[in-house]
Design a protein around this ligand. Structure first.
Ligand SMILES: [Zn+2]
Length: 376
């Protein structure tokens, strides 16, 4: 039994290292030019073409572009406004259209509806929130007002109620307490800065919660119903669920065009937000995406439309976090210190980082535990 366990953990470790090596040490080596291009973060040809097409609509904070016949991506630019914050898009068939994402505000959802109106007069079947996070759901009220059904994973409603509605316009002492305690007990200057950044993010979030009409999805998709094929008229889309980013994430695949809207299961050129993630499950999901074709176009939750290079980059970021956590665990460094001591390596300095505690701490904690359990 012990041997079996050891073999299994050894296999898991080897698989993991193999994944890590794709963008880790192997990148430094010369060899396959395509992989070197990924290393430099260069998008696939398909993604490059998609991002350089003239926009159908451009509001600064987001632009909508046609990336394939009947398929449009909305890519946000948070430096120009926070109305959308996440990416989304829509797929249009002969009989119906489906919208992807509820965005950070009704204005964001309105931008997407306007863009759809420019592309097609096809009736809207539904809008889908990829997951419950505020930047993917706080614009739902716009869809609800337009009579558009909102679909989401069955975990989304309970999470929106628990995390947003239950604390709306109420005292938020408990909401801020962990970050305040972290700040009081900071063990280094860097740790203090991380805690301050986390607290500012929580304040921003609290303000958003108090000033948003939170509209819940009108249809919950149970895991048992998924994957679910939807016929839009001459165009089939598939709604699937994968573990990783939150307890309930959906993706939208358009098989005939090889396009996948991934929600936050891909953060392109950013540290992934992991505060309610299952990082080991997420790595398996990235392996699934990695087995899609080299021409697959991903519309990530954040960042530019990408190909496999976006998947590889995210895997390599996770591998770096895992390597750090494993090393700390092996050295017997306490978890809190391990979290504080992670340093963003030179090659990831240009990556986005939403907030330390939301991205780094939980990932390090889970990898640290996995190392202690011999799973990585
Ligand atoms: Zn998210």
């Amino acid at each position: 039994m012990r041997d079996a366990n050891r073999n299994e953990s050894e296999m898991t470790r080897r698989n993991f290292l193999r994944g890590a090596s794709l963008t880790g040490a192997a990148l430094a080596a010369s060899g396959w030019p395509a992989r070197r291009a990924w290393a430099a973060g260069l998008p696939s040809r398909q993604a490059q073409e998609a991002m350089s097409a003239p926009p159908l609509a451009d509001a600064g904070f987001a632009a909508a572009r046609k990336i394939s016949e009947g398929i449009y991506a909305v890519v946000s630019d948070p430096t120009k406004g926070m109305e959308t914050l996440c990416n989304g898009g829509f797929v249009v068939g002969k009989d119906a259209a489906i919208l992807w994402e509820g965005y950070a505000s009704p204005k964001g959802a309105a931008f997407q509806l306007d863009a759809l109106g420019k592309a097609s007069k096809t009736p809207v079947m539904a809008a889908i929130d990829s997951h419950y996070h505020f930047d993917h759901s706080f614009g739902n009220a716009q869809y609800a007002a337009a009579g558009i059904p909102i679909w989401a994973h069955a975990k989304v409603i309970p999470l929106m109620v628990e995390r947003y509605i239950s604390i709306q316009n109420r005292d938020k002492a408990a909401f801020f307490a962990p970050a305040e305690e972290h700040l009081r007990n900071a063990i280094s200057e860097a740790d203090k800065q991380h805690a301050e950044g986390d607290l500012n993010t929580l304040k921003f979030l609290a303000n958003g919660i108090d000033h948003t009409v939170v509209a819940l999805p009108s249809r919950s998709l149970d895991a048992a119903e998924l994957p679910m094929k939807v016929d839009l008229g001459g165009r089939e889309v598939v709604i699937e669920t994968y573990p990783g980013h939150t307890p309930g994430d959906l993706i939208l695949r358009v098989p005939d065009a090889d396009v996948v809207f991934t929600g936050d299961l891909i953060f392109n050129h950013s540290y992934p937000v992991t505060f309610d993630a299952d990082v080991l499950g997420w790595l398996k999901t990235l392996d699934v995406f990695g087995r899609y074709g080299r021409k697959t176009m991903f519309v990530p939750g954040h960042g530019a439309v990408c190909g496999q290079e976006g998947v590889e980059l995210e895997k390599s970021v996770f591998a770096d976090l895992a390597q750090h956590a494993r090393q700390m665990a092996q050295m017997g460094v306490p978890l809190r210190e391990a979290q504080a001591r992670y340093a963003v390596p030179e090659q990831y300095k240009t990556l986005g980082l939403f907030a330390w505690g939301f991205c780094i701490d939980r990932a390090v904690a889970q990898f640290y535990q996995a190392a202690m359990d011999g799973k990585i």
